[in-house]
Write a protein that binds this ligand. Structure first.
Ligand SMILES: [Zn+2]
Length: 355
């Protein structure tokens, strides 16, 4: 067996799809590097460093007034209803039944999650809601998970579990729909910057960092078949992978990433990286299909979500979106749309930093 056989099988993805995905990713590295450089420029520098990857967004204005919880829910319901009335109704239902817990207390940590009950098919969202733009988007993300479960609620339990590569389809969709609605009502460039930051930060994360992890692990498995590797050799492999993917967008590599990143240590799973890349580009691609499909979109979207537990990713895409994931076109179109968002962000950073 090849060392990639098991991870591909677990994630229900064909080798041809992974090859295409990585090739498109390689071709689109310049777009992701532009995003990284724009982020660095916003922080007053030319390049990012590994230490920047966990840094918060630079602030160009004092944070606006916190958005009350009820107002955020109305905003999310309206953005969801923009896709289809039924999606807006779903958010209102979650709110009316008090299935969303968003208080801030001294005994709660920051963060959010969604959990569902197998028998009723109902979901609950728990989060610490502080009222920032990023909290509103997080709430929209969790409600996306809840909507995914709701769309599948009448299916037998055996058809309701989906792999990691499809798990973020509805959450990314909800997040992006709400982010777009928020951008439309943002009062000034500083507010638009705060809303766009995380969306732009996702490009270097998913299109550079994740492929670097894959490249490292791939090289590691090849070498490891001959003999065990010393720490210094792991450092070299990691530094090579970072330099290859980040190019000049990163001031220096993080050679000890193999020691700090949990994902390399999960003994039951290998290559716990490419499903993130797949999930990111697939879910973003589904969102971008919204305009292309117009009035047809919602019915297809719900049908796609309902099939996530019983089809492979390739089948889903062929059946509901009429695209082939083994071919580059679907992925390349998604990158093209993301590239337009990067250009928008670059203009925003120039506007904010030139003054
Ligand atoms: Zn999620």
């Amino acid at each position: 067996m090849h060392f990639l056989d098991a991870p591909l099988h677990v994630n229900k993805i064909q080798q041809a799809t992974l090859d295409t995905l990585l090739a498109v990713c390689e071709a689109s590295a310049p777009v992701a590097r532009r995003a990284a450089r724009a982020m660095a420029r916003a922080a007053g520098r030319e390049q990012l460093g590994p230490w920047d990857l966990r840094a918060p967004a630079p602030e160009f204005s004092s944070a606006g007034a916190a958005l009350p919880f009820d107002t955020a829910l109305q905003l999310i319901a309206a953005a969801y209803a923009g896709v289809d009335e039924e999606m807006g109704d779903f958010v209102n239902l979650m709110a009316e039944r008090r299935w969303i817990e968003g208080t801030v207390t001294s005994s709660k940590r920051p963060g959010a999650y969604c959990t569902r009950f197998p028998k009723s098919g109902n979901s609950r969202v728990y989060m610490t809601y502080g009222g920032s733009s990023s909290d509103v988007i997080t709430l929209a993300h969790e409600l996306g998970h809840a909507f995914h479960a709701w769309a599948m609620r009448d299916l037998p339990d055996s058809q309701r579990s989906y792999g990691m590569s499809l798990a973020e389809t509805a959450s990314t969709f909800g997040e992006t729909a709400v982010r777009d609605a928020m951008l439309q009502r943002a009062p000034d460039p500083a507010a638009r910057f705060a809303i766009m930051w995380e969306e732009i930060a996702a490009l270097p994360t998913f299109l550079l960092n994740i492929p670097a992890r894959f490249a490292f692990e791939n090289a590691f498995y090849q070498r490891r078949s001959e003999r065990p590797l010393r720490p210094s050799e792991l450092n070299t492999l990691m530094a090579e992978a970072w330099t290859r993917w980040y190019g000049d967008a990163m001031a220096e590599p993080d050679p000890l990433f193999w020691a700090s990143k949990l994902h390399f240590y999960i003994s039951g799973l290998s290559f716990y990286n490419f499903p993130y890349l797949f999930g990111y580009l697939f879910s973003t691609g589904v969102y971008f299909k919204r305009e292309a499909l117009g009035g047809d979109f919602y019915a297809r979207y719900v049908a796609l979500l309902r099939d996530t537990g019983r089809m492979t990713a390739e089948q889903l895409a062929r059946e509901h979106l009429q695209v082939s994931l083994e071919e580059p076109a679907f992925w390349a179109q998604t990158i093209e749309r993301l590239s337009a968002r990067v250009a928008e962000f670059e203009a925003l950073v120039s506007e904010l930093t030139d003054g």
